[in-house]
Design a protein around this ligand. Structure first.
Ligand code: HEM
Ligand code: NAG
Ligand code: NAG
Ligand code: NAG
Length: 325
């Protein structure tokens, strides 16, 4: 009798643990169908606002894509980057990789209100960012893919995480590789995701040392960039240059072509084609845009999977810039 009740207790404990494990596993997973019943209109709503924003300014597709990257590398894709600083809250926006550099938050706000008109309080800011980043890529001529969703929004942010996890443009190949590895992304993913620099602009301060001091750069290209980026720090710091000099508003493989000609804008860009282990992958993407596209999509899906908040963790923010009261 005692034995029997012990066995029953033991088996019910095992059942509870099993169920907990099951729900734990299933709630930790994103899926492409998460909103198919609760908000099927989210995709059209996001796309409409992204189309309008990019029609107004082509660069916005790039700016939103970068927001997604900088969000995901700091405590996962949880919209932590979107939180504004307040007197009692220090967010990520003024961390070194972001300060005076990240942009597009007004577009995210506009998407949030458009989505909340279709289905109020259902879609997270983290998912909005993931879908908007994809749409920007597609609208500028890049590959399409189904975005995994079901993320929830953080109630915290990490200033130090933003400073420590996001690679600076002075990074060498080993540091780039290890910072991506720390997020569960391979060196191959890193090279493919860097192809995001096929669109968008960079400030003089981020490439000044490369165009004046590095030797792994085409001389004529360096000279051209020097015309609008003075040597002296503090002057022209915010002057902009395209990351891809060939087709800065088209999402394609020209970024890799630039690297082969030693015309990478950032030191970190040129590190991908500099006699090291990633040269072959760069050459392959020059030859095969479809391989670049396929690997970029794989990388974006992996990056979007970085430690999301799911189930009942976190919250669905009402305003992407602040935690709900
Ligand atoms: C591999 C390491 C990377 C480094 C070192 C790096 C660094 C940078 C820097 C310094 C800028 C210019 C910022 C400024 O002017 O203030 C920039 C712009 C940009 N980055 Fe990266 N990045 C990296 C990877 C990525 C990834 C993985 C993505 C997205 C998948 C991405 C997307 C972009 C885009 C789209 C822009 C242009 C943004 C705009 O025009 O507003 N970058 N990056
Ligand atoms: C961010 O940039 C502003 C303007 O350049 C500067 O005043 C401020 O000190 C910077 N913040 C941090 C935390 O570096
Ligand atoms: C990254 O760069 C720093 C210096 O900028 C260096 O101290 C560190 O060892 C590097 N780490 C790796 C893994 O390359
Ligand atoms: C180039 O390198 C020298 C010597 O390390 C340094 O003093 C100078 O500030 C660098 N110039 C730029 C534009 O980075």
């Amino acid at each position: 009798m005692a034995w029997a009740s012990g066995a029953v207790r033991r088996s019910s404990i095992i059942t509870v643990i099993f169920l907990l494990t099951l729900t734990g596993v299933s709630s930790a997973k994103l899926s492409t169908s998460f909103y198919s019943k609760s908000c099927p209109g989210v995709y059209d709503a996001v796309k409409l606002v992204m189309k309008a924003a990019i029609a107004k300014e082509k660069r916005m597709g790039a700016s939103i894509l970068r927001l997604f990257f900088h969000d995901c590398f700091v405590q996962g894709c949880d919209a932590s980057l979107l939180l504004d600083d307040t007197p009692s809250f220090k967010g990520e926006k003024t961390a070194a990789p972001n300060n005076g550099s990240v942009r597009g938050f007004e577009v995210i706000d506009a998407i949030k209100s458009a989505v909340d008109k279709v289905c109020p309080g259902v879609v997270s800011c983290a998912d909005i960012l993931a879908i908007a980043a994809r749409d920007g890529v597609v609208i500028l001529g890049g590959p399409n893919w189904d975005v995994k969703v079901g993320r929830r929004d953080s109630t915290t942010a990490s200033f130090n995480g933003a400073n420590n996890n996001i690679p600076p443009p002075t990074s060498g190949l080993a540091n780039l590789t290890s910072l991506f590895a720390a997020q569960g992304l391979s060196q191959k993913d890193m090279v493919a995701l860097s192809g995001a620099h096929t669109i968008g602009l960079a400030r003089c301060t981020t490439f000044r040392a490369h165009i004046y001091n590095d030797t792994d750069i085409d001389a004529a290209f360096a000279w051209t960039r020097q015309c609008d980026c003075p040597r002296k720090s503090g002057s022209g710091d915010n002057n902009l240059a395209p990351l891809d000099l060939l087709t800065p508003t088209i999402f394609g493989n020209d970024y890799y072509q630039n690297l082969v000609w030693k015309k990478g804008l950032l030191h970190s860009d040129q590190e991908l084609f500099n006699g090291g282990a990633t040269d072959a992958q760069v050459l392959w993407y020059v030859i095969s845009q479809s391989s670049f596209f396929a690997d970029f999509v794989t990388g974006m899906i992996k990056m979007g999977d970085i430690t999301p908040l799911t189930g009942s963790s976190g919250q669905i923010r009402k305003n992407c810039r602040q935690v709900n009261n």
